[in-house]
Design a protein around this ligand. Structure first.
Ligand code: MTE
Ligand code: MO
Length: 256
């Protein structure tokens, strides 16, 4: 879309938003219109997705905006034996593997990761369940690590394997995993975070390392990351939909 076209589209959207807001107070009292408003919102969201480039930055906030009580969700204390052993040792023996379609697979300790250039950002986390929280995250930008591992041209997605299982299953499909494409993998705010609010990442929030992919919903932000793999397809993983929650019906691209 060219500049003037885009501006026009924005103006149309802004007008739509203003009209919705003006009517909101009055209309929202009638339960019958709640569903209609819901679908208008859905339309706005879709239009917004078309208009805002995927590479745009997510909003960043100030220290004063940091939530005092950032909820922990999903797994908050993995009971997997290997994880428990690593946690007991303060994650000194933990190593992050970066493999798959890369020329130079990496095996990085927390010390190694902390020696890489870091980025710090204060962002809002939105869970699909309807709650949000603002926190400050520090970590290694994923794109730099993928460059270091020398991604092969065939790589299309990056998969994150986690330590925890949310569901007991013999075939391993109960294990938490996630995947993103290379646009998100190289987005400047996509981090492998090892600090939250200036302190080592707590176990409840994914210690020792969790993904931040700020243009998407909370379930994409894999906690307890053990291994990262570059792949050309995720059809053979889990139940084939690219993530634990995607395998159970959630959208793979959870853009916000
Ligand atoms: N390994 C793992 N990662 C996970 C989850 C999980 O259960 N296990 N839950 C997801 C969901 S739904 C959300 S909202 C966030 C919660 O992160 P928090 O505990 O830091 O709030 O982690 C996501 N990543
Ligand atoms: Mo979530």
């Amino acid at each position: 879309m060219t500049g003037p076209d885009r501006r026009q589209a924005w103006r149309a959207l802004a007008a739509l938003g203003a009209a919705a807001l003006a009517g909101c107070d009055r209309l929202s009292r009638s339960p019958g219109v709640v569903a209609a408003l819901g679908s208008a919102e859905d339309l706005t969201r879709r239009a917004q997705r078309l208009l805002i480039p995927r590479t745009a930055l997510a909003a960043e906030f100030d220290e004063a905006d940091i939530s005092r009580d950032f909820r922990a969700n999903g797994t908050t204390d993995p009971d997997d034996d290997d994880y428990r052993r690593l946690a007991a040792g303060g994650f000194a023996d933990w190593r992050l593997e970066i493999g798959g379609l890369v020329e130079s697979p990496l095996r990085l300790s927390l010390v190694d990761l902390k020696s890489r250039p870091a980025r710090t950002q204060i962002t809002r986390h939105d869970c699909v369940e309807g709650w949000s929280g603002v926190a400050k995250w520090t970590g290694a930008p994923l794109g730099r690590l993928l460059d270091e591992a020398r991604l092969m041209p065939a790589a299309r997605f990056v998969v994150f394997y986690c330590a925890d299982s949310l569901e007991a299953s013999l075939d391993g499909t109960g294990q938490y995993y996630e995947s993103i494409d290379l646009i998100d993998a190289y987005h400047p705010q996509t981090l492998l975070a090892h600090e939250m609010n200036g302190r080592p990442l707590p176990i409840a929030h994914g210690a020792p390392l969790r993904l931040r992919v700020e243009r998407q919903l909370g379930y994409k932000m894999a906690k307890y990351v053990m291994r990262i793999e570059a792949v050309d397809s995720f059809a053979q993983l889990g139940r084939g939909k690219g993530g634990y929650w995607e395998d159970r019906g959630y959208e793979w691209y959870a853009g916000i």
